[in-house]
Design a protein around this ligand. Structure first.
Ligand code: CS2
Length: 485
């Protein structure tokens, strides 16, 4: 039988400690993917149990019909399997009240965005979902959703278009604005989204620009929970544990972290009761996580995938790669200002343990996607700081070379794979039949990617070229051996 009620679960499965239907909706979430379900939905579930409130979630996927098709027949319920190195637990989450897909459910989504009861709109659409021009901080007019929404702002399909449309409609109706909560792995994510919306509004609805700039809160957040894409094995494990079929089940790690700027003029759930940390400045936490966790992740994904490692835990079992992950974490930590109460060496140890978790089947290929959207904040910004401070650049040069090698789209054995990067056509043009030198020069001058100081630094580009040459002329395995020789 399908999971449709929390009332009929075996004792080993944790159920919502509240009556979901007794709580109204206060949050609209854009981007109803695995990460939202493992992170914000889980925090909200705990906060509802501990402190109550009308804070359930209307989840919206902007394009894919699957999340709503899986969740709606289950009344929004789903199983969250939490796996640590030593064991697994399962809980059923009750915080999602509605699950919509923007296309077919447009009227319901727009109604939710304009409802006075909606006080927060949170977002996880991945780095590429926003349509930010990284060189200006404004909109990328070539981004499909931005282009469409600028042309027809009254029928929005993307994040910027929907939010500006909804803030405009609320303002016109005298309804206070919602708080906009970006939960993607972007630096200074609240400020970034604010800049994007202001630029979009200037072009599409100038009369609302001032309201967005002065009256709308955009708290920044650092979000963390490693969440692999669900597989058939996930669904089978959920069914075995709960005794119910669950098309929306996901697996994640036991660890989770959420650091949030406490700026919610229209209220918020009691997320601290679920372990969230409220601070006045999220930036140092964000930088630590982006540069250490995500930076090491990207490096190990490119090098590991090409060295034949399917999962992150396989990477960690390879002694050379394991040592390179540690080296990368140390180099990234050296670029960070001190953060009170946090020891970066302990944080690095914890990351090594998390990456090594053998029960989490997190694919290197999943992390490798969208490299052009991830590299700037994860690898290139710390590399630029390391350059300015005279710190070692080899770890960053190796990571960049591994990404460049990956963009070629074939393994050392000659098998091809899909790149899955929004700029893959551009990448193909710049790299096809080129020498390592030309590839480095071409990719380093891609707009919005390399900070100028790095692109123009011969020593750094030569360090990348030397490594890329070995990767292309020999193999990733050879490059790995050379790296630690
Ligand atoms: C990963 C992240 O896929 C990726 O790019 O680096 O999704 C990572 O697992 C999360 O940020 C962990 O919080």
């Amino acid at each position: 039988m399908r999971l449709t009620t929390p009332d009929d679960l075996p004792p080993a499965v944790t159920r919502p400690d509240y009556t979901p239907s007794a709580h109204g909706v206060g949050i609209v979430h854009l981007g109803l993917g695995a990460f939202h379900k493992a992170h914000q939905a889980a925090y909200t579930d705990t906060a509802l149990a501990r402190s109550g409130g009308d804070w359930r979630i209307t989840g919206v996927s902007l394009r894919s019909p699957e999340p709503a098709a899986q969740l709606a027949p289950q009344n929004g319920l789903f199983t969250l399997i939490e796996r640590s190195a030593t064991g697994s637990t399962a809980r059923v989450i009750g915080s999602i009240a509605n699950a919509f897909c923007l296309g077919p459910d447009r009227a319901a989504v727009l109604a939710a965005l304009t409802a006075p009861t909606t006080r927060i709109v949170s977002i996880t659409v991945t780095e590429k979902g926003y349509g930010i021009d990284r060189s200006t901080g404004g909109v990328d007019t070539a981004h499909p959703a931005i282009a469409q929404d600028l042309a027809t702002p009254d029928a929005p399909v993307g994040v910027a278009g929907l939010l500006v449309w909804a803030l405009n409609a609320r303002h016109a109706a005298g309804v206070p604005p919602f708080t906009v909560l970006c939960c993607d792995n972007l630096p200074d994510n609240g400020t970034m989204l604010r800049g994007l919306l202001i630029d979009f509004a200037r072009r599409a609805a100038p009369e609302i620009t001032n309201h967005i700039a002065t009256d709308v809160a955009f708290p920044s957040t650092m979000v963390d929970r490693i969440t692999p894409a669900a597989t058939d094995a996930t669904l089978a494990a959920a069914e075995q544990t709960t005794g119910h079929q669950d098309a929306a089940a996901i697996e994640t790690e036991a660890f989770s972290q959420w650091v949030i700027e406490d700026h919610f003029p229209t209220g918020r759930p009691d997320w601290e009761s679920a372990g969230a940390m409220f601070v006045t400045d999220v930036k140092p936490y964000e930088e630590m996580k982006l540069r250490m966790l995500n930076g090491a992740h990207s490096m190990l994904a490119y090098a590991g995938f090409l060295a034949g490692c399917t999962h992150v835990s396989d990477v960690m079992e390879n002694p050379v790669l394991n040592a390179l992950v540690r080296r990368h974490l140390t180099a990234a930590a050296a670029t960070l200002p001190q953060l009170e109460g946090v020891d970066f060496a302990d944080y690095a140890d914890a990351l090594i343990a998390r990456f090594s978790n053998p029960h989490l089947h997190h694919q290197t290929y999943q992390i490798a996607m969208d490299g052009t959207e991830k590299l700037p904040q994860r690898i290139l910004a710390p590399a630029a700081d390391a350059l300015a401070a005279g710190q070692p650049l080899d770890p960053f040069a190796f990571a960049v070379a591994a990404w460049m090698r990956y963009t070629l789209g074939t393994t050392d054995a000659g098998d091809s794979y899909a790149l899955r990067d929004p700029r893959e056509d551009e990448l193909a043009k710049l790299t096809r039949n080129q020498t390592p030198e030309a590839i480095v020069t071409n990719l380093a001058s891609l707009p919005g990617l390399f900070p100028q100081a790095l692109a123009q630094n011969k020593a750094f580009t030569q360090m990348i070229t030397a490594r890329l040459s070995i990767m292309m002329q020999h193999s990733m395995a050879q490059a790995l051996d050379n790296e630690l020789a």
